[in-house]
Design a binder for this molecule. Structure first.
Ligand code: ARG
Length: 229
């Protein structure tokens, strides 16, 4: 339909990088989350099933996962940046995000200055890592391959804090009251769904489906399901 061709007939193959709760994570042996529900609307519209492929985050942001035909789309709580937009095709923004700093509830972390001499865990290839490298020069930044490994490092006392997107850190703090989001950093990010550079037919479809879902209440329903209190 409309010039859309899929890598594997009858399915929408979607790359992500697990785990990034509540956007994509495993629950009872199934991959679920906000992004999964949103992309399900696109698959439904195309009359196919969504098939999720887990891959290192940087294979998505560099376009490698698309250029080797590993997936049609990627949905990974991924921020639209000019650099990434040079090598992959982005949808319109579908979710607003900022950075945040998580620490033990009883720690004395209060603001950026209070991180001086402390360690900060960041996730490889992310906007959070980039922010830390550019702005938290007085802290020691340690990188981890995924979000769960950086949260584990905090829980084990290996690091003093974690930088990542506000949505995932608030979600973690809600379930782990020994930890708190100490402050937000207003980076004004927007998540986009991505495809191979030049695959505007598929991205137009994503924009059309998400646009309609925002109009008719399905987007709000999904939002409430994953972020409602
Ligand atoms: N929004 C951040 C970025 O795009 C972090 C995304 C991490 N996503 C993930 N699925 N682990 O750099």
């Amino acid at each position: 339909e409309g010039g859309i061709s899929l890598i594997n007939e009858g399915q929408l193959t979607v790359c992500t990088h697990l785990s990034y709760q509540p956007f994509q994570f495993e629950r009872d042996g199934e991959i679920v989350g906000f992004d999964v529900d949103l992309v399900d609307l696109v698959a439904e519209d195309l009359g196919v099933q969504q098939e999720i492929v887990n891959t290192p985050f940087e294979t998505i942001t560099t376009g490698a996962a698309f250029n080797t035909d590993e997936c049609d789309l990627a949905a990974a709580g991924m921020t639209i940046t000019p650099e990434r937009a040079g090598v992959i095709e982005f949808s319109e923004g579908y979710f607003d995000a900022n950075q945040a700093i998580l620490a033990r509830a009883d720690s004395d972390v209060t603001d950026e200055a209070s991180l001086a001499g402390k360690t900060v865990a960041a996730q490889t290839g992310t906007t959070g890592l980039q922010y830390a490298e550019e702005n938290l020069g007085d802290a020691e930044v340690i990188t981890y391959e995924d979000l769960p490994l950086s949260l584990q490092a905090l829980q084990n006392g290996e690091v003093d804090s974690v930088i990542n997107d506000n949505g995932v850190l608030y979600d973690f703090a809600k379930e782990n009251p020994d930890f708190e989001v100490k402050f937000d950093i207003d980076t004004g990010e927007e998540y986009g769904i991505a495809a191979k550079k030049g695959n505007t037919a598929l991205i137009d479809k994503v924009n059309e489906v998400i646009g309609a879902a925002k109009e008719d209440g399905r987007y709000d329903e999904i939002y409430q399901k994953w972020f409602g209190t």
